[in-house]
Every structure is written in C-alpha cells, then in structure tokens.
Design a protein around this ligand. Structure first.
Ligand SMILES: Cc1ncc(COP(=O)(O)O)c(C=O)c1O
Length: 365
C-alpha cells in the first residue's frame, strides 16, 4: 500500500511539443529548457528521454548541468545564467558546457581561466533590465571573446519581458534593439525566443530558440490552455478519494471552517496537499475531476489533504475513486488561475513527495 498521489509524466508529449516548437521556427535549432527540474517534471528522466533528439539542453546553473551529465546525458548543455564563480569555467570546459555571459566579471574570469568553451551566448539587455550588456558595449564583448581564442562561437542572446502579451509592443521594441546590436557587431547568430515568442512572434531566422513551458504542454499565455495551442500536456497529477462523509446544509469544513455546505451533500477527502505542491491558495471551487466527473475544492487546502465536492450535488463521490487534480480534462492553467498564479509555478513547485511515473507512447502498444 502507498499513498495514492501520483504525478504521471508523459515523455512523448514532451518530445512531441519539442518537435512542434521546431516546426514553428524551422530555420532554428532548439534548446530544450529543463531548468528547475524540468519545470517540476524530473530533469534527469526528461533529459535522458530527449537526449538523442534535442540540439541541446538549457538549465539555469552548473549544478543542474552536472546532474544531467552525471546521469549520462551527452547533448550540449547551456547555462542560462552563466557562471557564478570563476572556477566554474574550468568545469564548463571539462564537461563541455556552453554558457551565457552577461557581465565584465564573467568575461575577465573566463579569460583568466584559459578555459576553452565551445559556445558562449552573450546576453544583451534589450529592455528587461535583469541581465545583460547594453548594445553600445556588446561589440567589445564579442571582440574580447573572439580575441581570447578560447571560444568556438559567440551567439547574441536576449530575453523578452512581455512576449506573453501579444498586444504589448515591448517585444517589437526589444527586437528592434536586438537587431541594432547585431548590426553594430556584424555577423552573429541570434537566440531570442522563449515559448511565447516561438508561438506568437516573428523571431530572427536561424540561430537558437529556447522553448521551456511549451515543452510541458502548458500555455505561456493567460486565458489560453496549452491544449488550445496545439500542445500536449505532459503532467497529470492524480490521487484518490480516501474518505467520504455526508454533510448537512450549513455544516462547515476544514481549517478555519471556511467552507459552508450550501445544501446536503457528500464531502470527499483526497490525498494531496500543499506538502506535495498543490497550491494552498487554491480558492473554493478550484476545478478537479472525480471518477471523470467535474468536482471542486471545498475548504482550505491542508498539508496532506484536500476536501472536495461534486459540482453536481446529485453525484456522490466514493472511496477509492480516482481524482485528477490537473492534467487531462483539468487544465493546469485553470487550476493556477484559481490559485492566483500561473501554470509555470504550479508544476515547478511540485515536491519530491508524490510518486513520479514516466510513461511513453510505446507503453500503450
Ligand atoms: C533565458 C531564458 N530563456 C528561455 C526560457 C524559457 O521560457 P519559457 O518557459 O517561457 O518558454 C527562460 C525561462 O524562464 C529563460 O530564463
């Protein structure tokens, strides 16, 4: 016997979504962004599965990259935040990592290390003002990298602040700034697009795209689900009804007794809580499914349990029935909306506590 909470990760969905990203930008090579434990889906399992097909992986930092190498992943791996200490450059050479570079200190430390790096992605601050150099100094960074004779290729990279909002012209302004920088530098490959830009913006031909959230079948846009965008959601979080009880109209439930039964109904208790990554701030009426039928949250989320009711009061949940918290017919984006957050956060903050099950299309043959 085991607690029934399971995160089922569909590896072929991730592969298919990766192929879809490449199809949308057919002149570009594509990273599979697997930082933060592949957005909660399991970086080692996901990367091992994609390893033969992807052009390269991207992670935030060297620890994440080394964990993939230690697990046998052989594709190139880009460090999106670059190195945090000069000593990491030698490790980048040893393990064959590529790195972003966004400031003079990283450049000085690279030159001092004498490390040979196959590709460096010079980060341009095109308007987000988080990381990167300004366009006026970008050419001198590129020259220094080339003159060092340590770097095989320099790619100019930037990141968009508002690509998820197609009505916001900031992305156009960032693209213009980026192209101005490229003109100052001369011939240099580009890497600009996250999922939202891959799907909705026109990005420079060639170079590298950097799909993250779309690989997991989740939408970067508010009010559109991944499925509606042609993506295949990769994670289903499911559990079981572990207890039921009849409530009388007016009965109150859970911490703070915040839920009040509007009529007589059966209340089901389900094994999942914020200790697993289910959002504590999920509001009353957050959607889920019991035994394939619509149900919703009734009462505050506890660490290990939630209480729920069927949407149609006439339906009666029973012990052992399967509960889908998200995935399938319950879009994670919608659950996130009820918790005042985004799909990115829900999957990324999954804990190690649920059972993780990895499936492939071939499993069902
Ligand atoms: C530099 C960079 N590129 C690409 C991505 C992937 O973005 P998304 O998950 O929106 O596709 C991220 C994610 O935050 C990022 O920081």
């Amino acid at each position: 016997m085991a607690r029934p909470l399971t995160a089922t990760v569909d590896l072929d969905a991730i592969l298919q979504n990766y192929r879809y990203a490449k199809k949308l930008q057919p002149t570009c090579k594509a990273f599979a962004v697997v930082k933060s434990n592949a957005y909660g889906h399991g970086a080692v399992e996901v990367s091992r599965y994609l390893d033969e097909e992807v052009d390269a992986f991207a992670v935030a930092a060297i620890e994440e990259a080394m964990a993939l190498r230690d697990a046998g992943v052989t594709s190139p791996i880009l460090l999106l935040e670059g190195v945090f200490e000069g000593s990491e450059w030698a490790l980048c050479e040893q393990y064959g990592f590529w790195s972003a570079l966004e400031n003079a200190q990283q450049l000085d430390e690279l030159v001092a290390s004498r490390a040979k790096i196959e590709k460096v992605f010079l980060k341009l601050d095109s308007g987000m003002h988080r990381l990167g150099v300004e366009k006026e100094v970008a050419p001198s960074f590129v020259s220094a990298l080339k003159d060092s004779d340590q770097v095989g290729e320099v790619v100019l990279m930037t990141h968009f602040s508002c690509a998820d909002d197609v009505s916001d012209l900031t992305t156009m302004q960032q693209l213009t700034y980026f192209e101005q920088a490229r003109q100052l530098i001369g011939d240099i490959p580009a890497s600009v697009a996250n999922s939202a830009a891959i799907m909705k913006w026109s990005v420079p031909e060639g170079g590298w795209i950097r799909p993250g959230i779309m690989l997991y079948g989740i939408s970067p846009f508010a009010e559109v689900s991944g499925r509606a965008l042609g993506l295949r959601p990769a994670m289903t979080l499911s559990s079981k009804v572990i207890s039921t009880r009849p409530l009388k109209k007016g009965d109150r439930v859970g911490y703070g007794l915040g839920y009040v039964a509007a009529e007589d109904h059966i209340l089901a208790t389900v094994a999942v809580g914020y200790g697993d990554g289910y959002p504590r701030h999920a509001e009353k009426d957050t959607p889920l499914q019991i035994d394939g039928k619509p149900a919703c949250l009734a009462g505050r989320v506890s660490m290990d349990m939630i209480t729920v009711r069927m949407q149609d009061f006439a339906d009666k949940p029973a012990m052992g029935q399967e509960v889908v918290l998200w995935g399938g017919e319950v879009p994670v984006e919608e659950v996130a909306d009820y918790a005042g957050t985004i799909g990115y956060e829900l999957v990324t903050r999954m804990t190690a506590r649920p059972h993780y099950r990895y499936i492939r299309d071939s499993d069902s043959l």
